[in-house]
Every structure is written in structure tokens, then in C-alpha cells.
Design a protein around this ligand. Structure first.
Ligand code: HDE
Length: 721
């Protein structure tokens, strides 16, 4: 797809922080105070005698402690927990027919990007594996200024109007009286809110699906959610939805696994992203556009301005226009990932907003929040936030101002500075808003075209594979099972029954209440206090299609084991030749292999060689891996059986539907697991079909790992947690 004519990149992914020239590295340097005085003793404070009290004059101690006392800044109200990386975006084809944005027109430029992924509800120190939406925020440092695409990994949102956002977030955050639960939506206040906000049902389907449990940040899609506008050189506009498609496909973990990962390694996603980049397995996404001509604005069964709706790809295909590669970890987490300030209002000429009422509210919120989080209106001067283009204006002063503006004037117009800095005409690159015609009354109201709350929730459910559907049922049973007030559970069932009757019945069967015959429609608060609820009840609008392939993760790429984690379980007496051969085959496919043994150090093989153990059964766990291999060696197997942890390791990998390879000689270990019971009587070929590979070739194991999971196993077998 990429053009062969690509010239030498214009920017070539220079370090943004270096461009801002504020980096520091103490290598080979003396320790100093913040004011540059060399420090002679950093171990002892100044005292009146060796056993005496500390002296107030110790400016070194005071400076150090004072700085420490002020090290924290408020965490983000939402999206507090994040992981970030640098990279670049490169265009495949110029998009001049739609937009004049330069970075979307020049295929020779590598536009630097900084991307921050996040969970939404949890605090900064919470787990990566919470059931939650993931933030996917991209800052493009373009030659026309910074453009931020601040999206999520789910293409729709819970609410239609920004005025409901504080309520939504208050409902999902820990309850105010006891600050529980952390990073979880399975509690009364969240589901109470949902139960009377039918507009949230489409998003609820996504949030209860495995999309909310990504296997890796590198295996998530990203979406701009709102409809935006692109504007071309002639001032003509089209509507656009933005998509990021990961080249590794979209994959998730199981809920039981997610909960266990949270205990074993709450930095699972952060570490996975970091290590992939350090190992050169650079995460990649293609950028796609869904373009809708202005004349087609009203041709759909939903409103393009309604952020609880997506445009099915069957109706408007996604045009792939370029690729983003993340190739460098931050040098300093706080300076970069924590201080980065995204804003959907950071746009460049050629991109503009739509009237989506959720987007419109966001346009206010993001600068406002930086004022309390970063503490100054000069947050744009922090290196990670600076554009690569120079900034010239008459804004002055404020807390922690970095720029030393020269000259005698700070006003426009002026003659003293010959009118500088000048305004730029549109043809000179000056930003002009799309010339939209507006003729309306001032009202507090919601358009009738926003009143359909269920049909796309149904479309999503219908588009899922059987395994994905059953995971949604389990997730809803889990979440509602934690809701103490029965009335809330009943109301949610009423809403679910409007999405899919069978789904509601299945959930009801697990939570001890019946699906109500008549859902409580009038509880819907969305339409405003003075509106007769009977007149504006949610109404289902039949969608043009019944299923959409793009909505199911089951349909995404499954042909690579790149960066997949594979565990090899060994003990003294292992067949080390088999280990080496398997390791080589997996590493050739770019998987990451870890040898796990009862102890660290060198493990003796039967052929006179050794294998180095990377982890022990104490530090490793099956939930941290994608697949497991048990090589032969009778002594090794006997030792693993004695340990028992390896048996649990394999059982758990089986429960979570992962690929498992066992050598013939290791069959006794297989016999000690639940697998033996469930595959009893099956031929090796049949077992391989469900991802349990006995004595098979490396090729078959590699193919099985690429499959990601064998979810069908869940139907046949219940393995204890
Ligand atoms: Fe945000 N959101 N949001 N949001 N959002 C923030 O900004 C807000 C919404 C999203 O990695 C905050 O700097 C309002 C939708 C991401 O730094 C805050 C509304 C989408 C991030 C804020 C929304 C998002 C944020 C908190 C409804 C997907 C993390 C700290 C009108 C399209 C960015 C901050 C990062 C962060 C407000 C809804 C995505 C408070 C008022 C819809 C990825 O300003």
C-alpha cells in the first residue's frame, strides 16, 4: 500500500523532548542543588553535634525535602492510569480531496506522535486489567501545530450529552461514602445510573464484552467516536469517523484471567507495551477513515451526531490511509506520560468539529482540567506538550512561564513592532472554521433522532460469536451479581430485554430475579423535566443490517505469534534438545520464550547440556502467558509432578483456552490435569483442534498460538478457577 516514492522523512521522529531542549542526564556529573551548588555530603543532614538536632540553616536538606513534599500533582479525574510511547505516523495516500491538513497530504513526512493509553475509572495506582474502556489518545506533532485525536478503544460512548458526564463518572467511580470498589463498575451506583439511562445500552454491550479486557494495548482498536469534519482547500467539508486498526488483530483475555493478572502483575499492559518496544516488536496501527458526504448526513437510521451510534462498516467502508508505529519508550514517565495534556480541541487547518453534543462539551473540559492538574495556563510550555512549530503570540506571564518573550509590546494590533506577529490568511495556513450555516432556536432539548437506544446494542450482540455472547452473559451476571439492590437488577433486565430477549433471560437465570414483563420506560431521565415521557420513549429504529463483521473480535487477524509470551516448564532431567529446538522455532516466529523451573539458575538436561531458567513457579503464572509447552525427560516430569504448581499452571492455561504443547514423554503431567478427563478418548488430531497438541510439530503449535484462544473449550469443560 505504501508508496515507493517516499523521500527522506522531513522530521524523522526526533525526540520531542530533545526538540524542547529540556532533557537532563546526570552521567559523569557532580550532584548539585537545584541552584547548581555542588553537594559534598548527600547522606547526612547538618546537626548541632553528631547526636544533636538538625539545623534550620541546612538549605540542602530543606530544598530536598520541600521538593519531595510537592512531587505529586492531582491525577486525572478520569483516565488516571496510563501507559505511553513515542512513535510516528506515515501517510499512504494524499487525502487532498477531503482535507487540506498537511500531515494528511504529504507521504514523505513522518509526523512524530506521542500516544497515551489508559483505563478510565481506576486511580493512577489501580490495575491494568480492570473491566473498563481504554483511552487511546494520540498527539500528532504536525508542521501546522499539534493535532490530538483523543479516542477510546470502543467506538461509542455511554451518554449523548456532555452535561451527563459528571453524573456518569460519579456513578462509576468508587461510591462516595466508603470509596469502594476501586476500578470497577460492579456496584450499585453505576448500575442504578445505567438502569435509568437507556442511551447507555449500546456502550454497555461493548463494556460487558471482552473488548473491555484487552490482551495487550497493542491489540486494541482505537476510535475517535464522534463524527468530525474534514475540510479541503476549496472549503468543502465531509463528515469523518476515525479508526485505528492494530496490525496484530484485536484480542482479549478471559475475565477470570484478568482478575488473576491483576494480582500477579497489575502493570501487565504497561510492561507488555514497554517490553515490546524495547525488544523491537514495534506496535503498529493503520489509520482508517469513514467518510460521509455532507449531502448524506441524514441518510442513515441513526444520527451522525449521536455518539452512542457507530456507522457499520458495511454501510461506509473504512479507507486505510496511513500507519502509526510506536518505536520509543518515554525517558521519564512523569515528565512525558503524566504531564502530557491532550485536548480534542487541538485541531489543525483541514480538521473541524461536528455538533455532536458530547464533543462540544469536551471542547471546554480538557483545557479547564489541565489548569487544576498541571497548575498553570502555561502547561503548553512543558516539553511534551510543545508543538514542533514555533509559537508566536501576545499571551504573557502566568505561573512558571518558561518563554522569555523579547520586545516592548504584547498587544495586537500594534505599530511599534510593525504589527508582528501577524494574522495568517487561510491561504497562508491560518485556521478558519468550517462555514456551517446555523439557523435555530436556543433550546435545552435532545433531537428526536437521538431517541433510538437499543437497535445498535442489538446489532452489536447479534454480531458476536457464540463465545463472545456467552462472555457478555457471564459479565452481566458478575456485574449485576454484585449489585445489592434488587430493584436495580430488575430495571437493568428490563433494558436488556429490549436489546435481546434471550440475553435477558440468560442473565436473569444467574442473578435470582425475573425479566420484568413491562420495562420501566418512564424512568428514563434523558428527555428533560418538562417533557412528557410517554411522548418521547426510547424507540427502536430498525437498522439497515442485522450483523456487522467488524464488530466481532473473532474476525480479526490470526496469523502471527509476534511478541506472544510462551512458557516452557522444566526441571532437572529435561530433554534440553527439545527445549532448544522449540525455543528456536518460537523465537524465529518472534515470540518471547520464558523457561520456568522450580529454581533459578541452570537446569541439567538429559543429554549433558543445560537450560537457563528465567523464572520460577513462585514468580511466574500461566495467566501471564499466551501458551505453554511441556518438554519430555522422565526425571523432569517426575519433579514437576512433585511440585504440583506446574499441574496448576497447565490446568489454568487450559481453563483460559490457551494453546498447550506436550511431548509424548510428558504425558504423565497431562494425565494429572483436568485436560486428561476432557480429552479422554480423543485422537491426537482431535485434541490439536482444540489447542492441546501432543507430540506435534512446532508448526502446529505455532499455528495454535496464533489462533489466540480456543474458546470452544469453555462449552465442553468447566475447570475450577
Ligand atoms: Fe475525556 N476527559 N471526557 N473522553 N478523555 C479526560 O482530560 C471529558 C470522553 C478521553 O491520556 C480529562 O486531561 C468530558 C469521550 C481520553 O491524557 C477530562 C467528556 C472520549 C482521556 C475529560 C469526556 C474521551 C480523557 C481528564 C464528556 C472518547 C485521557 C484528564 C463530554 C472519545 C487522555 C484530562 C490522556 C481525559 C473530560 C468524554 C476520551 C476531565 C467532559 C467520549 C482518552 O478533561
Amino acid at each position: 500500500m505504501a508508496s515507493k516514492k517516499i523521500k527522506k522523512p522531513a522530521v524523522n521522529n526526533k525526540k520531542i523532548t530533545d526538540l524542547a531542549a529540556n532533557t537532563e542526564d546526570g552521567t559523569g556529573q557532580f550532584l548539585t542543588t537545584n541552584h547548581g551548588v555542588k553537594i559534598n555530603d548527600n547522606q547526612n543532614s547538618l546537626k548541632s553535634g553528631e547526636r544533636g538536632s538538625s539545623l534550620l540553616e541546612d538549605f540542602i536538606l530543606r530544598e530536598k525535602i520541600t521538593h519531595f513534599d510537592h512531587e505529586r500533582i492531582p491525577e486525572r479525574i478520569v483516565h488516571a492510569r496510563g501507559s505511553a510511547a513515542h512513535g510516528f505516523f506515515q501517510l499512504y495516500q494524499p487525502q487532498g480531496q477531503y482535507t487540506k491538513a498537511k500531515f494528511l497530504n504529504d507521504i514523505s513526512v513522518q509526523t512524530p506522535v506521542f500516544v497515551r493509553f489508559s483505563t478510565v475509572a481506576g486511580s493512577k495506582g489501580s490495575t491494568d486489567l480492570a473491566r473498563d474502556v481504554r483511552g487511546f489518545a494520540v498527539k500528532f506533532y504536525t508542521e501546522e501545530g499539534n493535532y490530538d485525536l483523543v479516542g477510546n478503544n470502543i467506538p461509542v460512548f455511554f451518554i449523548q450529552d456532555a452535561i451527563k458526564f459528571p453524573d456518569l463518572i460519579h456513578a462509576v467511580k468508587p461510591e462516595p461514602h466508603n470509596e469502594m470498589p476501586q476500578a470497577g463498575s460492579a456496584h450499585d451506583s453505576f448500575w442504578d445510573f445505567v438502569s435509568i439511562m437507556p442511551e447507555s445500552m449500546h456502550m454497555i454491550m461493548w463494556a460487558m464484552s471482552d473488548r473491555a479486557l484487552p490482551r495487550s494495548l497493542r491489540m486494541m482498536e482505537g476510535f475517535g467516536i464522534h463524527t468530525f469534519r474534514l475540510v479541503n482547500e476549496q472549503g468543502k467539508s465531509v463528515f469523518v469517523k476515525f479508526h485505528w486498526k492494530p496490525l496484530l488483530g484485536v484480542h482479549s483475555v478471559a475475565w477470570d484471567e484478568a482478575q488473576k493478572i491483576s494480582g500477579k502483575n497489575s502493570d501487565f499492559h504497561k510492561q507488555d507495551l514497554w517490553e515490546a518496544i524495547e525488544n523491537g516488536a514495534f506496535p503498529e496501527w493503520e489509520l482508517g477513515l469513514q467518510i460521509v458526504a455532507e449531502k448524506d448526513e441524514h441518510k442513515f437510521d441513526f444520527d451522525l451526531l449521536d455518539p452512542t451510534k457507530l456507522i457499520p462498516e458495511e454501510l461506509v467502508p473504512v479507507q486505510i490511509i496511513g500507519k502509526m508505529t510506536l518505536n520509543r519508550n518515554p525517558d521519564n514517565f512523569f515528565a512525558e506520560a503524566e504531564q502530557v495534556a491532550f485536548h480534542p480541541g487541538h485541531i489543525v487547518p483541514g480538521i473541524d468539529f461536528s455538533n455532536d453534543p458530547l464533543l462540544q462539551g469536551r471542547l471546554f473540559s480538557y483545557t479547564d482540567t489541565q489548569l487544576s492538574r498541571l497548575g498553570s495556563s502555561n502547561f503548553h510550555e512543558i516539553p511534551i506538550n510543545r508543538p514542533i512549530t514555533p509559537v508566536h503570540n501576545n499571551q504573557r506571564d502566568g505561573h512558571m512561564r518558561q518563554t522569555i518573550n523579547r520586545g516592548t509590546v504584547a498587544n495586537d494590533p500594534n505599530t511599534i513592532a510593525q504589527g508582528c506577529p501577524f494574522q495568517a490568511k487561510a491561504m497562508e495556513g491560518g485556521f478558519t472554521s468550517f462555514n456551517e450555516r446555523i439557523d435555530a432556536r436556543k433550546v435545552r432539548a435532545r433531537s428526536a433522532s437521538f431517541h433510538d437506544h437499543f437497535s445498535q446494542a442489538t446489532l452489536f450482540y447479534n454480531s458476536q460469536s457464540e463465545a463472545e455472547k456467552s462472555h457478555i452473559v457471564s459479565a452481566l451476571r458478575f456485574e449485576l451479581g454484585k449489585v445489592e439492590r434488587e430493584t436495580i437488577r430488575i430495571r437493568v433486565l428490563g433494558l436488556l430485554s429490549q436489546v435481546d430477549k434471550d440475553l435477558a433471560q440468560k442473565v436473569a437465570a444467574g442473578i435470582g430475579v425475573d425479566v420484568p414483563k413491562k420495562p420501566e420506560q418512564p424512568m428514563n431521565m434523558s428527555f428533560g423535566a418538562d417533557v412528557d415521557p410517554k411522548r418521547v420513549q426510547s424507540k427502536n429504529v430498525k437498522q439497515a443490517i442485522e450483523k456487522s463483521a467488524a464488530l466481532s473480535m473473532a474476525n480479526t487477524i490470526k496469523n502471527s505469534i509476534k511478541s506472544r509470551q510462551v512458557a516452557i516448564l522444566v526441571a532437572d532431567g529435561v530433554n534440553e534438545t527439545a527445549v532448544t529446538q522449540m525455543k528456536n522455532a518460537l523465537v524465529a516466529g518472534k515470540a518471547v520464550v520464558k523457561v520456568i523451573a522450580p529454581k533459578l539458575g541452570l537446569i541439567k538436561g538429559i543429554n549433558g547440556g543445560v537450560v537457563k531458567a528465567d523464572q520460577t513457579f513462585l514468580t511466574a503464572a500461566s495467566v501471564l502467558f499466551d501458551a505453554v509447552y511441556v518438554p519430555g525427560g522422565a526425571k523432569s516430569i517426575a519433579a514437576l509432578l512433585e511440585e504440583q504448581d506446574p499441574v496448576h499452571f497447565v490446568n489454568e492455561a487450559y481453563k483460559h483456552c490457551k494453546a498447550i504443547a506436550i511431548d509424548d514423554e510428558a504425558i504423565e503431567l497431562l494425565n494429572a490435569t483436568y485436560i486428561a478427563r476432557s480429552v479422554a478418548g480423543a485422537s491426537e488430531k482431535e485434541m490439536a483442534k482444540s489447542g492441546v497438541i501432543v507430540n506435534a510439530s512446532h508448526k502446529i503449535f505455532i499455528k495454535a498460538i496464533a489462533q489466540h484462544r480456543f474458546w470452544d473449550r469453555e462449552k465442553k469443560d468447566k475447570v475450577p478457577a
